[in-house]
Write a protein that binds this ligand. Structure first.
Ligand SMILES: Nc1ncnc2c1ncn2[C@@H]1O[C@H](COP(=O)(O)OP(=O)(O)OP(=O)(O)O)[C@@H](O)[C@H]1O
Ligand SMILES: [Mg+2]
Length: 230
């Protein structure tokens, strides 16, 4: 069976207009991510990581080049269709969790499923399974403010997983956590990778990137090196 590509980017360029000048932020970015890979995108501040993440996540457009996500040609897709693709294909995990503070753990996790039209009973069943796998069963009716940072991030991961996306896209997922909780989240990513999930994790921290199977480096908008991690 041919290897399935989840991300295929070819010569992607992105610039921002600054007054009369143009700032080239991504320069001929070219890489692929296969189904089942755990990849880190590593780069210093200002290198273009968030810009690249926004493009991978179908939240921003680019000037030239091509990008296919799970076989869908994003460069040929109208902007108004991107939200739908984004909701189905990508599970987002952010540094600051992005949980709804007035909702319980379960309400946070099932909300995207209900919005997609899944019935509440089956959404709650899916939620319970994932919550159990992530060791959060005791907390299912708690609000985010009653949880530790590491637990909040696990809720955000559960919410991302529940939609069964083709890609988990994490932006500095341990950035707001102490070392112990950060390591727990990275161990969880390792487990999810072993279970077959495709993960792209964006970070400026080499020690975080080392948890991935593969590291793509971005420096000044260019991909400078790819290393297979030991
Ligand atoms: N909307 C924008 N308009 C103009 N310039 C921008 C815009 N967004 C980002 N930039 C510039 O593009 C470059 C890359 O920014 P980006 O946010 O992608 O970097 P980053 O690698 O995510 O950095 P950090 O690690 O600090 O989050 C920077 O020089 C930044 O100033
Ligand atoms: Mg950034």
């Amino acid at each position: 069976m041919a290897t399935e590509q989840i991300i295929s980017m070819r010569n992607v360029c992105k610039s921002y207009k600054m007054g009369s000048e143009r700032l080239n932020v991504l320069k001929n970015v070219d890489f692929t991510v296969n189904k089942g890979e755990f990849t880190a995108i590593l780069g210093p501040s200002g290198s273009g990581k968030s810009t690249l993440m926004n493009i991978i996540g179908c939240m921003d457009t680019f000037d030239s080049g091509s990008y296919s996500l799970n076989g869908i040609p994003i460069h040929q897709t109208k902007e108004r269709e991107l939200a739908n693709i984004r909701n189905h294909e990508i599970g987002f995990i952010f540094q600051n969790y992005h949980l709804i503070p007035t909702y319980t753990v379960m309400q946070n996790i099932i909300m995207p499923l209900l919005m997609r039209g899944q019935d509440r009973k089956s959404a709650e069943k899916d939620c319970r399974e994932i919550v159990e796998m992530l060791g959060l069963s005791e907390r299912i009716h708690h609000k985010p403010s009653e949880l530790s940072g590491g637990q909040r991030q696990r809720v955000a991961i559960a919410r991302a997983l529940c939609s069964k996306p083709s890609l988990l896209l994490a932006d500095e997922p341990t950035g707001a956590l102490d070392q112990t909780s950060g390591t727990e989240v990275l161990k969880l990513f390792t487990k999810l990778h072993e279970m077959g999930n495709t993960i792209v994790m964006i970070t400026h921290d080499l020690n975080v990137a080392k948890w991935a199977q593969r590291t793509i480096r971005i420096v000044d908008g260019e991909i400078s090196e790819e290393a297979v991690n030991a």
